[in-house]
Design a protein around this ligand. Structure first.
Ligand code: PLP
Length: 400
């Protein structure tokens, strides 16, 4: 029989067709293209630490590989990583999670994905405070649900319980929280966090708390995990955690989920039929990250603290820019609307022209649901920050 090849009939599924590509990835690619063309680029686009993974963690990976720990593991991870995560939350937050409430994942992103797709049905509403990490609405859309955004500009991008309450409808099923926040760097005060959890518990709404930047908080703000809330406020809570930022391990793809046992069981089913276990060698490296010396975390935090202080002061001097003080993560999120005019009408224009005219990368806030703002990552050297700010100031002066 002669087979006549059909015209390409690939048609992307409806849910995936509705998803947007990542704005942060686009910024990275634009910078890469300029760099490849030989430009001296100042890059404030990075969503990852500029530090190398600490040596003790690399050595643990090396030993694991040499000991032949290179096989499949349980879908939810080796006992040692689950134990290390449980012990960390007991030590730091006084909470006793059980082994059937924890799983290792390929990055915090997979934990969020697992949590969202095991919960949402078509027609469900998923509350997402603005500005949001670009991936949150896309995962809800992938699940066929409807992202419902909560405006928070009036409170400086710090979510309040009243804002959540106003957004709830009979279809609300999930709220995604992210404190410290990417992109704003703002931290939800613990008392407000608790009030929000009281409201969602009372209304039977589930919560995913993305604690990927958990440890990067600057005094007087304090590290806070939803894990420290009383058990009755955690009955519908999934914590998504990550090794990526805390231990400079973005490429290793290690994260975890902590959730009630029935939710965890569902997440294991999804992961078991998709990626299976997180990389076995990375799991052993992550055990070392949590149980080994923690000095590297302090060293990185001290460096971010110094950069943040310098950057926030410098931003105050730039005409047209306003920046509320970010208490965590490694981002500043200035309002650039004061720099816009008939030649430069959006924050997207601002980011694009800054790249073209000053070879400096910032990420347009529109991708995070906050047109008029740009994200500046200070996960780059002080030298780069100082040079980049000089360029941004020159650019802002030209257009203001
Ligand atoms: C807010 C937020 N959550 C989750 C992640 C995912 O991190 P990973 O999958 O590398 O653990 C990121 C990464 O940029 C992030 O910014």
């Amino acid at each position: 029989m002669k087979v006549i090849p059909a015209m390409s009939s690939f048609r992307v599924s409806e849910n995936v067709a509705r998803m947007q590509s990542s704005a942060t990835m686009a910024a990275m690619q634009a910078a890469e293209a300029l760099r490849a063309a030989g430009a001296n680029v100042c890059d404030f686009g990075a969503g990852e630490p500029d530090f190398d993974t600490p040596d003790n963690i690399k050595q643990a990976a090396d030993s694991a590989m040499r000991a032949g720990r290179t096989k499949y593991t349980n879908a939810g991870g080796i006992r040692e990583i689950n134990r290390a995560i449980i012990d960390f939350y007991r030590r730091e937050f006084g909470t006793e999670y059980q082994p059937n409430q924890v799983m290792a994942t390929a990055g915090g992103k997979q934990a969020i994905f697992n949590a969202v797709v095991t919960l949402l049905n078509p027609g469900d509403e998923c509350l997402i405070p603005k500005p949001y990490w670009v991936t949150f609405p896309e995962i809800a859309v992938f699940a066929g649900a409807k992202p419902v955004f909560i405006e928070t500009e009036e409170t400086g991008f710090v979510l309040t319980v009243d804002q959540v309450e106003r957004a709830i409808t009979p279809r609300t099923r999930l709220l995604i929280l992210n404190s410290p926040s990417n992109p704003s760097g703002r931290v939800l005060p613990p008392a407000e966090f608790r009030r929000i959890m009281e409201l969602t518990t009372e209304r039977g709404i589930y919560v995913v708390s993305d604690e990927c930047y958990l440890r990067f908080v600057y005094p007087p703000a304090e590290v806070f995990s939803a894990a420290s809330l009383p058990a009755e406020l955690r009955s519908r809570l999934c914590i998504a955690g990550s090794f990526s930022k805390t231990y400079a391990m973005t490429g290793w793809r290690m994260g975890y989920a902590l959730a009630p046992a029935d939710w965890t069981r569902a997440m294991l089913k999804v992961q078991g039929h998709s990626t299976s276990n997180a990389n076995s060698i990375a799991q052993w490296a992550a055990v070392e990250a949590l149980t080994g010396p923690q000095e590297s975390v302090g060293t990185m935090l001290a460096e971010y603290t110094a950069r943040r202080a310098w950057l926030l002061n410098a931003l105050k001097e730039i005409p047209g820019m306003k920046c509320s003080e970010p208490e965590g993560a490694f981002y500043a999120f200035p309002d650039v609307r004061g720099c816009l005019n008939e030649n430069l009408t959006t924050s997207g224009d601002f980011a694009k022209r800054l790249l073209e005219e000053e070879q400096t990368v910032v990420t347009d806030g529109a991708g995070f649901g906050a047109e008029g703002f740009v994200r500046i990552s200070y996960a780059t050297s002080m030298e780069q920050i100082q040079e980049g700010i000089k360029r941004i100031a020159r650019f802002a002066e030209k257009y203001s």
